[in-house]
Design a protein around this ligand. Structure first.
Ligand code: NAP
Ligand code: MG
Length: 483
């Protein structure tokens, strides 16, 4: 490995994305195929996290607006979408997928402005996956009986869907595409800090001619989500977000007859064995934690290194974080963009403080951070023990906790020593070891010699407090069907 530190040896010229986009100053609710103002006339501000400045007003929907949206979804379910031939439903989904592809550059820029993620991720990861999910589920719409042979799948009805801020458009696609493919209609509640691209997706639904009321989008805060969960006209709730809110939702829908799937938090272990391809593993670990500023539920936030290679691995990590470029999300060379919100920056800072107080050692690069907006350096802790908060709680930021193990048995025990079970990673040269470890890891997704790779054909979901139910793949159809 070269000892050259390219990050400080010379710098790239700025390469900002300059394609003009048509963002609005004000976004309304999307109900019954139309953009309508909230009944109470209230709006909240959306902030560009890279500048800290307000850039749009977003409608703050309340229980009355949720009620209108649910009624519109019910009408559309009973009169149009439910009775429609499945192949016809598929055509709408294919059309939506194609329009997303056509508009993907513009949507990627808006996603980066509103949420802070680097353009190379929104452009090369989020948007291609959004289109891929609509294409994939479009293909299932008229083949459901082949997904579940010998059974007669039927739609559930009206789905209430609540999504977080880390992959705004992608989470909307994960939720909406399978629901519609199965013949359901939808009321979606985006996250408060990242509502803008959902409303641009609503424009795409209009352009695709999707019948009125099939998808309704009600923006607002947690109370808006709560109103959706509690609405008696909802047949199914699909929630992605924190474990704390997921537990409240589970209590609230208990005994209501509503179906529920939960995609919650994670504290994934990334296990690196001494026989792993080291440079590849360093890159994978970097991608596993710093991708999307660590705002990833399945982030490899606990690195478990075999003791014999600990020092060498840490030295390589230290060199590599010096070369990561933190800054303008719209710059094509940026690796790490802005932290999504001031509140999230506060949570990261508090947990990192606890790591220092509890005696772990923080390693951070020498880079400087922009003065305005919300930023955190890509960092990692060594000297972490399993009892430290930074080893147990989700930091949901660009901060890695490094622990060690001696034997495969110890690696498994440590990896499974968490209340979560969303994902895990294994780095080793030996295929047999991969299978032996994967069998024992209690996690829904396990990557081997790679990390954070997503595909619409593979199911995604958790064990333990990471939730239940699967999204993606044909498994992702089941929560939206009854038999
Ligand atoms: P969050 O606070 O749970 O919010 C998620 C969504 O729920 C947001 O739209 C939020 O609205 C809404 N909400 C808040 N309180 C609610 C309530 N009482 N009833 C109904 N809805 C409510 O989570 P977050 O902090 O935004 O997101 C980060 C968390 O999501 C992390 O824990 C992460 O691991 C998890 N996550 C999991 C996955 C997965 O697939 N497993 C994927 C992404 C993220 P507001 O935005 O207005 O608060
Ligand atoms: Mg914003």
């Amino acid at each position: 490995m070269s000892d050259l530190n390219f990050g400080s040896a010379f710098d790239y010229a700025p390469a900002p994305e300059t394609t003009p986009v048509s963002m609005r100053k004000k976004y309304e609710l999307f109900i019954d195929g139309k953009f309508v103002p909230p009944k109470a006339g209230k709006y909240f501000q959306s902030v560009n996290p890279a500048t800290g400045k307000r850039h749009a007003r977003i409608a703050n929907g309340d229980a009355g607006d949720v009620d209108a949206a649910v009624k519109s979804a019910r009408r559309a379910y009973e009169k149009v979408w439910g009775p429609m031939a499945p192949a016809e439903r598929g055509k709408y989904l294919f059309r939506i997928a194609r329009i997303v592809q056509e508009k993907s550059r513009e949507l990627a820029i808006i996603e980066s402005i509103d949420g802070g993620k680097p353009i190379k991720e929104s452009r090369d990861v989020d948007l291609p996956l959004v289109a891929a999910h609509f294409f994939y589920y479009a293909g299932w719409a008229d083949k459901l009986e082949y997904a579940f042979p010998g059974r007669t799948p039927k739609p559930v009805g009206v789905a209430g869907q609540i999504i977080p801020w880390n992959f705004p458009l992608l989470m909307a696609a994960w939720k909406i595409a399978p629901a519609l493919a199965c013949g359901n209609t939808v009321v979606l509640k985006p996250a408060e800090t990242t509502s803008v691209t959902a409303m641009h997706l609503a424009e795409i639904f209009q352009e695709a001619g999707l019948p009125d009321g099939v998808v309704n989008i009600v923006t607002g805060a947690g109370e808006t989500g709560n109103a959706l969960v509690e609405h008696p006209g909802i047949d199914k709730i699909a929630f992605t977000g924190s474990t704390a809110v997921g537990k409240r939702i589970a209590k609230s829908v208990a005994a209501s007859g509503k179906r529920l799937t939960l995609e919650l938090g994670g504290k994934a272990a990334n296990l690196v064995f001494e026989d792993a391809p080291i440079e590849q593993a360093v890159e994978g670990v970097i991608n596993g934690i710093y991708f999307n500023q660590g705002h990833v539920c399945c982030a490899g936030s606990r690195l478990l290194i075999q003791e014999s290679i600990h020092d060498e691995f840490v030295a390589r990590l230290e060199r590599r974080i010096e070369t990561l470029r933190v800054g303008d999300p719209l710059d094509k060379n940026t690796d790490i963009g802005a932290i999504n919100s001031k509140a999230q920056l506060g949570r990261i800072t508090e947990l990192v403080g606890s790591g220092i107080d509890e005696g772990a050692t923080l390693h951070e690069p020498g880079c400087s951070l922009p003065e305005e907006g919300f930023w955190f350096k890509p960092s990692f802790f060594t000297g972490v023990t399993s009892s430290h908060r930074i080893a147990r709680e989700e930091i949901f930021g660009p901060v890695l906790s490094v622990l060690t193990f001696r034997t495969p048995a110890e690696a498994i025990a440590r990896a499974n020593d968490t209340c979560y079970g969303l994902s895990a990673g294994i780095w080793t040269d030996k295929g047999s070891k991969i299978f032996a470890m994967a069998d024992q890891l209690k996690a829904g997704v396990i990557w081997a010699n790679t990390f954070n790779k997503f595909d619409p054909t593979s199911p995604f979901g958790g064990f333990k407090e990471s939730g239940f139910g699967r999204e993606g793949g044909l498994q992702g159809l089941a929560p939206y069907l009854k038999f």
